[in-house]
Ligand binder design. Structure first.
Ligand code: PLP
Length: 566
C-alpha cells in the first residue's frame, strides 16, 4: 500500500548482518564456477552435499531450502519453545498469512456457512486485505474495493483497549458462533504481537489466555510474530514462578499447541525486507492425525500454487543472516531507543497515545474533528514527514508513527517536524479564538471566490488564488487533501470558459457560512452550456454553500438544497 507514492510498511534503519551477504556471495561464486556439474540434476532434492543443493537457479522443495529449514527448527526450539514443528518458508510474513487464509477459510463450512475470521481493531491492513481478497462482493474483486473491514464478508472486527484485544468480546463471539453439532462458524483468530499498528506488546499472561480460549472452542489462532525481536519491555516472558528452568526459557515464547499457527519474518529484525523471506510453524503434535500436520499438508498445495517456493537465493541469504543470531538483532533494536523517545515526545501533546513498548510504532489520537487522512497528507506536503492515517487500520482520527525507518539522528529531525506539524495543524490557532468573521467580510470572501474562479475560467489567471483561499483540510466539492489541486484543475479543463454569476446576493446562514444561488456557463466542443442552481421546471432550488474558518480560509465548498442542514 502506498501513500503519496511512498510505501507505508515499517522498515528497519539498519542493514542485514554481513553474514547475509557472505552467504549470498559464496552461493553466487559457487554457481559461477560449479565444483560439480552433476549438481544441476539434483536441483529439486535440495540436498546440501553430493548433489549440491546450493545451486541457485532451480526450484527447491516447496516448504523451503533444507539447510534453512533445519536452522529454523533449531531457532524455533531454542528461541520460541516450539518443538519440532512443521516449517514452511514463504515470501515474507504476508505470504505466510495469505497461505493461512487460503488454507483455513472455507466458502462453505460443515454447516454450509462461510467460515469467519477475527481481527482486532486497529488491525494490520494487509490482514484485512488478505481476507477481503478471497471474499466476493466487498472483496478486492468486488465493486467496493475499499479497506473497510466491517464490510468484508465473514470478517469480525473485535475491540481493543490500549491495544489489548477484548477477550470478553471474543468469548461472546465464540459462544454465539458455536454449532450445536460441534464446531464453530469462527475458523480463525488473528493476532499480531508485538502489534502493528498499535506498537503494543501483549503480556505473556494475555497470550496464554487467548491460547486457552481458542483451544477451548477449537478454533485456529494465527499469531503474526513479525516483530518478535521488538518486544521492548519483554512483556512476553515466561514468569519466574514457572517451573521451566530459567536457562531453558525461550526468549520469545510461543505456544506449542496444535491449534496455534505461528508466523515469523526476516524483514524487520534482520532488516531483509527486500529479500522476501518469512516462515510458518505448525505443530507436529499427534503425528499424521494432528491438526497441525493436516493443515500443513493442505497448505503445501497453496504454497505450490502461489510461490512454489521462496527464492532459493533469498533463503540462502536468510540462512547466512541467522548465523548473526538473536543478540545481533537485539543490538540493532536497541538503536531505536533514541528515535522512539523523540517520537513519543513529539506526540505527547495529543490527548491519547498508545504503543512504544513493542514493534516499531506509536499511535496518537488527533483532536476531535481533525481528519486523519487530511492530516497525514498535510504532514507530508508541508512538513516533509510521513505517518499513516488510522483509517487504514480501522481507527479513524488516529495516526500511526513508525520510528524505525530512520537512524537516530534523522529520526530526531523527523520527530521535530512531526511535533511542529502537530502543533500547527491541530492546536487551535490564536485567531480561531477570536470573533467569527463579520457579515461583510464573509460576503466579500464569497465574491472573491467567484471572481477568482471566473478569472481562471477566462484564462486571465491560474487557479492559485482559489487554492490560496483554502485551508489545508479543505473539502472542495468533495475533493480532499491531495485530490484538491489536480481534481479542480481537471474540472476546469473539461469546462472550457467556465463562468459563474450570482442569481441572488450571497446570504449568511450561520456563523462563518455563506451561500448563494448561481448560474454557471461553459462550452463543450464549441457548444454553450448553462446550468442554474434554481430551476422551477425541474424543480430545483439549490445553492452553493461556503464554510470558512475564523481566519477566513475555506474549509468546505458544496452545492446543496437551499434548506439543507448545516
Ligand atoms: C504485522 C505484520 N505482518 C507482516 C508484515 C510483512 O512482513 P513481510 O515483509 O515478512 O511480508 C508486516 C510488515 O509491515 C507486519 O507489520
Amino acid at each position: 500500500m502506498q501513500i503519496n507514492g511512498k510505501m507505508i510498511h515499517g522498515v528497519s534503519s539498519w542493514k542485514p548482518p554481513t553474514s547475509t551477504y557472505e552467504a549470498l556471495a559464496a552461493a553466487v561464486q559457487e554457481n559461477i564456477t560449479p565444483q560439480n556439474d552433476d549438481s544441476v540434476k539434483f536441483g529439486m532434492d535440495g540436498a546440501t552435499s553430493g548433489g549440491d543443493g546450493s545451486i541457485i537457479h532451480t526450484y527447491c522443495p516447496d516448504e523451503g531450502y533444507p539447510p534453512l529449514l533445519e536452522a529454523l527448527k533449531t531457532k524455533l526450539q531454542t528461541e520460541n519453545g516450539l518443538h519440532n514443528p512443521h516449517v514452511m518458508v514463504t515470501s515474507g510474513a504476508n505470504q505466510a498469512f495469505v497461505n493461512c487464509v487460503l488454507t483455513l477459510l472455507d466458502e462453505n463450512d460443515e454447516q454450509g456457512n462461510i467460515s469467519k475470521c477475527v481481527v482486532f481493531e486497529p488491525y494490520y491492513f494487509n490482514h484485512v486485505m488478505a481476507v477481503q481478497s478471497v471474499r466476493g462482493g466487498q472483496g478486492c474483486g468486488g465493486t467496493a474495493a475499499t479497506l473497510d473491514a466491517k464490510n468484508v464478508e465473514g470478517l469480525l472486527v473485535g475491540p481493543t483497549s490500549q491495544g489489548i484485544p477484548d477477550l470478553n468480546w471474543l468469548r461472546t463471539q465464540l459462544e454465539q458462533n458455536k454449532y450445536k453439532e460441534g464446531g464453530n462458524a469462527i475458523r480463525m483468530i488473528t493476532l499480531v504481537n508485538p502489534g502493528n499498528p498499535t506498537g503494543v506488546s501483549l503480556p505473556y499472561s494475555f497470550l496464554k489466555q487467548i491460547t486457552e480460549l481458542t483451544k477451548e472452542y477449537g478454533v485456529w489462532l494465527v499469531m503474526d510474530n513479525t516483530y518478535e525481536h521488538f518486544d521492548i519491555d519483554k512483556m512476553n516472558t515466561i514468569p519466574s514462578s514457572s517451573d521451566i528452568d530459567e536457562q531453558q526459557r525461550p526468549d520469545y515464547p510461543c505456544f506449542d499447541e496444535e491449534h496455534v499457527i505461528n508466523i515469523f519474518s526476516f524483514s524487520k529484525g534482520y532488516a531483509m525486507a527486500g529479500f522476501r523471506v518469512g516462515y510458518i510453524a505448525l505443530s507436529s503434535k499427534n503425528g499424521s492425525n494432528g491438526r497441525g500436520t493436516k493443515a500443513y499438508e493442505e497448505m503445501l498445495k497453496v504454497q505450490d500454487t502461489i510461490a512454489i517456493c521462496t527464492s532459493r537465493l533469498s533463503q540462502m541469504a536468510a540462512l547466512g543472516a541467522l548465523q548473526a543470531g538473536r543478540e545481533w538483532v537485539y543490538d540493532q533494536v536497541k538503536t531505536l531507543d533514541v528515535g522512539r523517545e523523540a517520537i513519543l515526545d513529539a506526540i505527547s501533546s495529543l490527548d491519547e497515545t498508545i504503543g512504544g513498548n513493542g514493534a516499531m510504532y506509536v499511535m496518537g489520537k488527533l483532536p476531535d474533528g481533525t481528519g486523519d487522512k487530511e492530516f497525514a497528507s498535510s504532514l507530508i506536503e508541508h512538513y516533509g514527514v510521513a505517518v499513516i492515517p488510522g483509517s487504514f487500520c480501522g481507527l479513524p482520527g488516529w495516526i500511526r508513527v513508525c520510528y524505525s525507518n530512520l537512524p537516530p539522528d534523522k529520526c530526531k529531525v523527523a520527530a521535530a517536524r512531526l511535533k511542529k506539524g502537530i502543533d500547527e495543524l491541530t492546536m487551535p490557532s490564536p485567531s480561531s479564538q477570536e470573533e467569527p468573521l463579520s457579515d461583510d467580510k464573509l460576503i466579500n470572501l464569497a465574491k472573491d471566490f467567484i471572481q477568482y474562479k471566473n478569472a481562471a475560467g477566462k484564462g486571465d489567471s491560474s487557479l492559485d488564488s482559489v487554492f490560496a483561499m483554502c485551508s489545508s483540510s479543505v473539502d472542495l466539492y468533495g475533493l480532499k487533501g491531495e485530490e484538491v489541486r489536480p481534481g479542480f484543475i481537471s474540472f476546469f479543463e473539461k469546462h472550457e470558459g467556465l463562468h459563474h454569476d450570482f442569481i441572488d446576493e450571497p446570504s449568511i446562514v450561520s456563523s462563518n457560512v455563506v451561500q448563494y444561488p448561481f448560474t454557471k456557463q461553459w462550452r463543450v466542443d464549441g457548444e454553450d452550456k448553462v446550468w442554474k442552481s434554481i430551476d422551477t421546471s425541474k424543480p430545483r432550488d439549490k445553492v452553493e454553500r461556503l464554510y470558512f474558518d475564523d481566519k477566513g480560509k475555506l474549509q468546505k465548498v458544496t452545492v446543496v438544497e437551499k434548506d439543507a442542514p448545516l
